[in-house]
Design a protein around this ligand. Structure first.
Ligand code: ATP
Length: 246
């Protein structure tokens, strides 16, 4: 579904990606793990068109998406949930969700927005209960659900999730990690960046380890979980253990 080949991305003169290659098959949950500054967020931004790679190729569904503006990439079926959620905090939950469908024509909105809101609220019922609440007053976990819900409003086929558990209490992180595998039932494929590598590997099918701008390891999530090198460098306590200790 998604193929990234030797992507090189810069911030000015600083080369953040030094030839990242990875692929994601339809229906998979793929995790990107690695230390701070390894290039995980930059990889997602390069795929979603927020950053343009200077070299390399990115194909989605067999078509190159390099050089397309971010809104065209959303239309093609890729939606990113950014790190830190980036909600419109003075707007209501409902309005934040509606903004996820901003790129649709009036006719398209009329045909599908109501049904899509319903579908997303059944995935995260708290969003229905809080529909009129100002989103800045939601808890961290609820804000993350809203950020995911907003991304789902564009009906993506591939969801890019950047650090969904960042800053969340263990219980809220658990709700998010438990929800991600359920997206599969909605026909979604997920590329997940997570600081909590163990939790990511517990829900992923496959994973890549990024180190200083390159993918240095690839394997099934189970394989990586059992590798000494990965355990030593990246695996703290997983989210299941954290809440079992609570
Ligand atoms: P983290 O988990 O800390 O977010 P990451 O793996 O997502 O790390 P990136 O945020 O992709 O890493 O950063 C990769 C490299 O690019 C780092 O060296 C970082 O300092 C640099 N970088 C990121 N954003 C910018 C920016 N806006 N301007 C300049 N350099 C940047």
């Amino acid at each position: 579904m998604l193929v990234v080949r030797s992507a090189e991305t810069y911030y000015g003169n600083i080369q953040a990606l030094k030839g990242v290659s990875l692929h994601v098959n339809e229906g998979e949950i793929v995790a990107l793990i690695g230390a701070n500054g390894a290039g995980k967020t930059t990889t997602l931004r390069t795929i979603s068109g927020m950053l343009a790679p200077r070299r390399g190729e990115i194909a989605f569904g067999g078509r190159s998406i390099v050089g397309l503006p971010p809104e065209a990439i959303v239309r093609a079926g890729i939606s990113q949930v950014p790190e830190g959620r980036r909600l419109f905090t003075t707007l209501s939950v409902r309005d934040n969700l509606l903004l996820g469908a901003y790129h649709l024509s009036w006719r398209e909105k009329r045909a599908r927005v109501r049904g899509d809101l319903e579908r997303i609220c059944s995935l995260f019922p708290v969003l229905r209960e809080r529909a009129d609440q100002v989103s800045g007053t939601l808890s961290g976990g609820e804000q993350q659900m809203l950020a995911i819900g907003r991304a789902l409003m564009s009906r993506p086929r591939l969801l890019l999730l950047d650090e969904p558990s960042l800053g969340l209490a263990p219980r809220a992180a658990r709700t998010i990690f438990d929800a991600i595998p359920r997206f599969r039932g909605q026909g979604l494929t997920v590329l997940l960046v997570e600081q909590n590598a163990r939790a990511a590997l517990q829900i992923a099918d496959r994973a890549y380890v990024l180190e200083t701008g390159r993918a240095v390891m690839e394997g099934s999530a189970q394989e990586l979980l059992s590798q000494r090198e990965v355990q030593r460098a990246y695996l703290g306590r997983g989210y299941r253990q954290v809440w079992e200790d609570e």
